[in-house]
Design a protein around this ligand. Structure first.
Ligand SMILES: *[C@@H]1O[C@H](CO)[C@@H](O)[C@H](O)[C@H]1NC(C)=O
Ligand SMILES: *[C@@H]1O[C@H](CO)[C@@H](O)[C@H](O)[C@H]1NC(C)=O
Ligand SMILES: *[C@@H]1O[C@H](CO)[C@@H](O)[C@H](O)[C@H]1NC(C)=O
Length: 460
């Protein structure tokens, strides 16, 4: 009894004991781009009951001719954007003095994309946050082609940083990085102003860190950067993309992360991929109840599409922001018109038993709405960020549906052509009873079946 309990306990403790530092690397050196590695480990400090973050950062940059060895800086920051991010900026001059290491400066931005400034007491007021730079050094790569700046720092009480969420529980904590290759940092005072990171001689981006799996329950000191191969993926527990699809977040969390977008997609795909095509098939089914089915399904589809439009308007800052939105609004505006045409056609049809221009307008507009709706569903899925495989799958589904609706329309037209004679006989035989002078000779009625149903009812 004791043994299984103990082994179970050990199994539960295993992930805690084997916490590995998370590491994110970019190897841009051969292309004159940003080149750095950052490793993080977290420690739950029992005396403060906050999390301390241990950070090691190394930056490689090419050996420059004398006079240019102090150019550029590289920064990483915790948080999804510059404003509020807790940033670590590394720079210096490897040739200035052998003894002085590079500078690791800890900064933040109050609002927008302003220049990062040193963090002050005000920034950490009310928290136990305290950042200490432990050591910095310059080395060279084995082939002496690049300088390597290394630095490590500990951020005590880091989970209490007030300006951006730094969550030790997160499996996908957003971080940012930025790089500039041309600014002369010769003065290298810790508070030197930073130039913009332009896209030409600099850059910036995001990365995401599994903080939870880098958290250990005893302080291990600074994580050791493990760059075994520059060409292999050196990322450990990190990614360029949010790691939302991993084991720690389920389908529900994923859906709830963008509730309006998912609701909008559900309503629209329900309408255009399922209900509208179904309604188009229903009217051509040849059943006596085809008309009833048709209008019930199309009314549901219209309600669903209108709900989708309302969701879209709620979630958009600008309603006319993209072609998808403009096309979507146009299509939705046509839906009430289409309903009106359908109703008018039906009222006329049961009175005169043939199609009018309204009927043809209803059919043409129906196909227009269906085709443009399909195109706009694909455009929406592209905007959403669905992968190429997903888009191809939906496109295939749409092609199959188009084939299906086309085939049913063709078969219905053929069936009407074949039974037209019989219908005409039937209608002619009852013409006297109805006192109808004008019996349709050539019109192909979609509602042939419905028409016969009506006739029979009246004859009863
Ligand atoms: C330093 O870099 C600038 C531009 O980055 C270049 O124009 C200049 O020639 C370089 N100086 C030396 C001494 O190589
Ligand atoms: C816990 O935090 C305090 C206050 O920041 C710090 O002085 C102490 O060294 C930390 N404990 C450990 C084990 O790192
Ligand atoms: C470094 O990473 C490699 C591959 O990911 C791994 O096999 C090796 O054990 C790691 N070394 C250390 C010291 O963690």
């Amino acid at each position: 009894m004791l043994l299984p309990t103990l082994s179970l306990l050990l199994l539960l403790l295993l992930p805690l004991a084997s916490a590995t530092p998370s590491q994110y690397c970019l190897f841009g050196l051969p292309r004159d781009e940003a080149d750095f590695c950052v490793a993080l480990s977290l420690y739950h400090n029992h005396s403060t009951s906050a999390h301390d973050v241990y950070l090691s950062l190394s930056v490689r940059r090419p050996v420059q001719p004398a006079g240019n060895s102090s150019l550029g800086w590289t920064a990483v920051g915790a948080g999804p954007k510059m404003a509020g991010s807790l940033m670590f900026v590394l720079y210096g001059d490897p040739e200035a003095s052998a003894s002085a290491g590079p500078t690791l400066s800890v900064r933040t931005v109050k609002t927008g994309h302003a220049r990062p400034v040193l963090i002050t007491q005000d920034d950490t007021a009310g928290s136990q946050l305290d950042v200490r730079v432990a050591h910095t050094s310059w080395t060279k790569t084995e082939d002496e082609s690049a300088h390597v700046a290394s630095a490590s720092a500990v951020c005590y009480g880091c989970s209490e940083w007030p300006s951006a969420e730094i969550s030790p529980e997160s499996a996908s904590q957003p971080w940012i990085w930025a790089w500039n290759s041309h600014q002369d940092m010769k003065a290298f005072a810790p508070d030197q102003q930073l130039d913009m990171h332009s896209l030409v001689d600099g850059g910036y981006g995001h990365f995401y860190v599994d903080m939870a799996s880098a958290t250990s329950h005893h302080a291990d000191g600074f994580p050791v950067l493990n760059v075994t191969s520059q060409h292999d993926n050196a990322n450990i527990g990190t990614s360029d993309r949010p790691m939302t699809a991993d084991k720690s977040t389920g389908l529900w969390q994923k859906l709830l992360s963008r509730p309006l977008a998912h609701l909008h997609g559900f309503f629209m795909m329900m309408s255009f991929l399922l209900l509208f095509p179904l309604g188009a098939v229903a009217i051509r089914s040849g059943s006596d109840r085809s008309f009833k089915h048709h209008w019930a399904v199309q009314a549901t589809a219209t309600a669903s599409a209108l709900s989708g439009a309302v969701t879209a308007i709620i979630m958009s800052d600008r309603v006319f922001g993209s072609p998808h939105q403009i096309a979507g609004l146009a299509i939705v505006c046509l839906l009430p018109l289409q309903a009106l045409l359908g109703w008018r056609h039906h009222v006329d049809f049961i009175r005169i038993f043939r199609r009018t221009w309204i009927s043809y307008a209803h059919i043409a507009l129906g196909f227009t709405i269906l085709l443009s709706g399909w195109a706009n569903v694909l455009a929406g899925l592209l905007l959403y960020g669905l992968g190429r495989f997903g888009i191809a799958l939906v496109a295939l589904l749409i092609l199959l549906e188009a084939g299906g609706v086309g085939a049913v329309s063709y078969l219905a037209a053929r069936r009407r052509a074949l039974t037209r004679g019989a219908v005409q006989k039937e209608t002619k035989s009852s013409a006297a009873y109805f006192a109808l002078e004008d019996i349709p000779e050539s019109d192909e009625e979609d509602e042939g079946a419905e028409e016969r149903g009506l006739m029979q009812k009246r004859e009863e």
